[in-house]
Design a protein around this ligand. Sequence first.
Ligand SMILES: Cc1ncc(COP(=O)(O)O)c(C=O)c1O
Length: 418
Amino acid sequence: MRWEDLDKKYIWHPFTQMQTAENPLAITKGKGSLLFDKKGNTYIDAISSWWVNLHGHSHPYLAEKVNEQMLNLEHVVFAGCTHEPAAQLCSRLKKHLPKNQEKFFFSDNGSSAVEIAIKMVIQYWHNKGENRNRFLALNGAYHGDTFGAMSAGARGLFSTPFNNYLFEVTHLPFPTEKNVLDNLKTELEKGEIACFIFEPLVQGAAGMRMYSSEILDKMIALCHEYGVLCIADEVMTGFGRTGTTFAVNQLKNKPDLMCMSKGLTGGTLPMSITTCNQKIYNAFLSNDLTKAFLHGHSFTGNPVGCAVSLASLDLLEKQKCQDNIKRIIKSHQAFAEEIKNHPKIDNLRQTGTILAIELTDENSGYASDLRTRLYKHFLSEGILIRPLGNVIYILPPYCITECELSTVYSATKKALKL
Ligand SMILES: Cc1ncc(COP(=O)(O)O)c(C=O)c1O
């Protein structure tokens, strides 16, 4: 049997109505920004394969480091054992993080990193004997698909069957709306707030919705006045997407906890980390085991994941990669300038290497006809882009060439005529 038929026979794909879905692209190879399918088609990966890939597909340096680590130590239980790649990775990451981030807890996907941050917050207040059981998040938030992460996220299409099982979270107006600080203050005054969780500067799944560092700075400062812990979910924004290594590097006020995944391994292997400040960590220290954070996953701190994360940081820190990030930012700016007055564009926005083009179309949901038409259009132009409803966005690997970017821009201009 052809392997595509085996796929059809056995595989249940994510976010997919299997009854009506068309056959998935049968990808056989990736190189740089390109993906190749079994039929001989080539696609520019303009969305970094679910926002994970930083340096291009099948990068030889990353492959070499994976191979090296595999031959030395592929995995070991992380409770009671440790290894050098994990320790070195934390020490390297520390240099890129706000100074207050002191401790690192490993897991293996973005939702788990968020779940862990929420559990840490809940147990922090529990250990301290303070009754804080209310949570704040932003309208439109997406923090993942596990229950805690879903609870923090907006209620909607994805959460509907589960809404009755999610814990209550107060969703604040999106920070570009008026009176957001007054609203936040009202909630804080009601008391008992454990934490405020947010995607800093850019909400990914909501349609690459963007807001300023100034307002976020004020929101964090206000939360801190009330002793509320702040969680920055950098799962999507981390590792250079917003122009700085982390979005929170653009803030004066720092979060208490951070979640990272996706770009952590350069997009090669599943891994995530939740970091926190010393104050939170200290609240778990005791002679009493029940005060400890009794949480873990089989693949926590996987050495191969750590080794490839270190290798990805090697590449990210190189001048060449930093220049590429600046180049993409400039190219996006020039393209945005070129199309900004197009009548089909309702809103055009950019933060760092992320460019989002929101179309003026009423029929704009995740499952909308427009979204499907746009997706197919880009494929026919040899580009992989998965629009979020009526929002086309470009979030490329940093190695994308100017020529590949202009192909993506031309196809975007054609999409405006659809
Ligand atoms: C901001 C944010 N948080 C959490 C997640 C969940 O990450 P994962 O898909 O690895 O579980 C995502 C995924 O897109 C995300 O964008």
